[in-house]
Structures are given as structure tokens and as C-alpha cells.
Design a protein around this ligand. Sequence first.
Ligand code: SF4
Length: 454
Amino acid sequence: MGVPSILENRQQSIVFKGRKKQEIRCETDSEAGCVSQRACVYCGARVVLNPVADALHLVHGPIGCASYTWDIRGSLNSGADLYRNSFSTDLKEQDIIFGGEKKLTAALDELIPQFQPPLVFVYSTCVVGVIGDDLDAVCKAASLRYGIPVKPVQSSGFIGSKSAGYRAACDVLFQLIEPPQPLEKDTKRFRLNYLGDFNLAGEAWIIRSYLERIGVTVNVVFTGDSRYEQIRGAANADLNIIQCAGSMHYLAGKLQEAYGIPCLSVSFLGLDDTAETLRAIARHFNDPSISEQAEALIAEESARVMPAILKYKSRLQGKKAAVYVGGGFKAISLIKQFREIGMEVVMIGTQTGRKEEYEKMDSLVNEGAVILDDANPAELERFMLEQGADLLVGGVKERPLAYKLGVAFVDHNHDRKHPLSGYAGAVNFAAEVYSTLGSPVWQAVQGGVRHGRV
Ligand code: SF4
């Protein structure tokens, strides 16, 4: 028997830990006619490429697509800030009827001389896919005119899900990467690429500092605070570590296939995962000095943050969390991270999780927890209430739902201004959970769920 009042075709995408053994349906297109929390293909591509800080990002489409993702991530930069603009060809009715290629050429001819970028990304949107503008030809011609890469990103919103946008972005990034430089004999470099960190609130800088402390060099971050020159040299690395696997697993696979660079899936969210990641990197390089420095860092940082974590834990013990985020790696880490502060995750879901990630989530949550793929607002509302969640962790699209229900909310996506990675991030996370759960505002929300104060 399926779950009552859930659309028939959605029932296989929802499982309950401990009930009838059922494999979750995931990595499929969204159900036609059903509202989805997923972002479109273009948005998936844009969020991956946008943090390339010295690139010019031109959205070929109506102005709404450009404004939807304008400065979408709180990705910080260390100098170049061209990426913070959202250039658009602003297609109108006449362009839809007669084609937008001339307008795109004119936009490139105006923008490239004015901003002199080393690299341009041109994003396709829904309407461009419908009218059939030849993005490849226009970009190729501009590239020849100006002598810089002008890369078409095939991201028409309707051609798949957000995951297709991730792949489109990875395809373009891979095209920019050049074969590795020959190494001097016996060179030991301990050099890695860090994939799937977008430097939200400076998170990539925190992780880079940890890695430097243990004797490992970050070659390039994909894509937080990255530059074209760094991306070109990505093949000069000995290892790829992947944090956001949903967006970057595909690129890591291509780098392994083309240049033999091995990869490790990692997470710097929460104390346990951060420590385990540092140890895994040390194990990979198999060098005693890296292992010693990693252990020293873990001991020092853990000692520094544990008093704060324990203080929050004593006040949060027994509270219940619901989680709905973009990808599986973050969802898995959040289950463990909530456990570190005494809380239980009773509902967990993602937009683009993979089968093996859902299996991991299933192994981590308690009996009765709900696991959902590609959920819609009605399902999130229902299961948050049924499971008695005190708090929702989500992104910009989940925030209004939590506010409407009077459920405490933690933003774990684009808009936040404080880092949640590493040891400092673990304390920030606990502090935010504590402060939102303890806020009296939820008591005042009419018709919402009532919660005891922390
Ligand atoms: S590409 Fe399509 S779905 Fe995406 S923002 Fe633009 S119109 Fe909307």
C-alpha cells in the first residue's frame, strides 16, 4: 500500500526507514504537472560556473533568467569580481520571432572590448532552445574575433533537470583544461584540486588553510574564487577531492579518464566528517608528515570548538530536524552533524541525490524517518508536520514554506553570509540552529506549528 494522499506516480520517490523494503526512485525526470523544488538546467549550470571570478557571464535569454540567478551564491572572491554582474541579451518578442543571434553578437561586441575578460560563458535558456539560435556558431566567431575562449553553455532550462545543468557546466570546464605539464623526476608535490566548493562566505579559503597547514597545496578550487588560468592548469594535480558530488562527480570522472587523476569523495561539514576527510587525504598521500600534521590540526581545532559544541548540544538535545537540500553529500553530512549537537533528522530529501547516497542516508537515520527525492512543497509540508520537525534546513525555495508553517529555518544554500564548513563552520551551524529554534517569532506565527522554546 502506498502513502495516502501522495500522487500515485510520486510514491516510489518516498520511503520510510524501517517500513516495507523499497528502493527509492531517483535520478529521473520530475513528474510532469507536479511542482518540483528542483531548479532548471540553466540554473544548475549557472551556479557551478558563476564563481569563476574573472569570467564574463552572459545570459542569452529574457531578462528574468538573468535576474533569477544574479549574484545567486554568496561566493566571495579575492580580487576579480566581474562574475558578480549578470549580463543579459534581454530577448524580447521581436527577437523570439526573428531570432536572437544578431543581438547576441552585438552583446559580445559591446561587452568584450569594454571588460576585456580572459574568458566568456554564454548561457542558453529555454527560449533560445525553442527558437534554435546557433549559440555554437556565434560563440566560435566571437572567440576568433577576440582571441579568447567564448564558451557556449548548452543549458536550455527545459532539456532536463538541474543535474543536466551541472553536466553542461562540467563539459565546458573540461574543455578549458589543458594537458598536464611534464613533472621533474622524483617531484613530490601533494597537490590537489578541490571540486564542489563555491566559496560561500569564504568556505573554500577555510579549507585551503587547513590543507596548507597539513602540507597539501590546493591547485584549483572548482569553482569558488577560481580564475581561468587556474582552471587551465587543473590537470597538474595528483588528486581530486569532491565535496559537492552532485555537481562535480562528472568532471572528476572525466579528469580521471583523461589524465589518470584519482578522486576522493569528501565532506568538510561537521566535526567527524572534517576529521575523516583530513585523514583520508593524508592516507591517500601516504606521507608521515602529512598524517602527523593532520592529527595535530584535528586535535587542536577540536579542542578549540568542543566547549561551544557541547554547550549547544546540552540545549538542543532531543529536537527534531527536517532537511531538504540540493545534493546527497550535504544531506548525509547533515544527518551526522545534527547528531553531533544532539538532534535527530526525521525527514531528509534532496533535489538531485544518487541511489548510493540515498542508501547511505537510509543507513544513518532512525526508524520511521522519511526519505524523499525531488519533493514538492505539499510533500515537504505534510511530512514536516507528521514527523513533528522543529526545524527545516533548506535553501531559498524552502524558506517561505518554513516561515508559513512557523517552523524554525536554517539556510544551508546560497544566501547565507557565514561559513558552515570546517571547525569554525560547525560552531556557526550549531549557533544558528540554537538561535532560530529559540526565537520567539515562531510562537507568533498564526496557524503554524507550536514549539517549546529552547
Ligand atoms: S532557463 Fe527556462 S526555466 Fe530556467 S529560469 Fe530561464 S525561463 Fe526559467
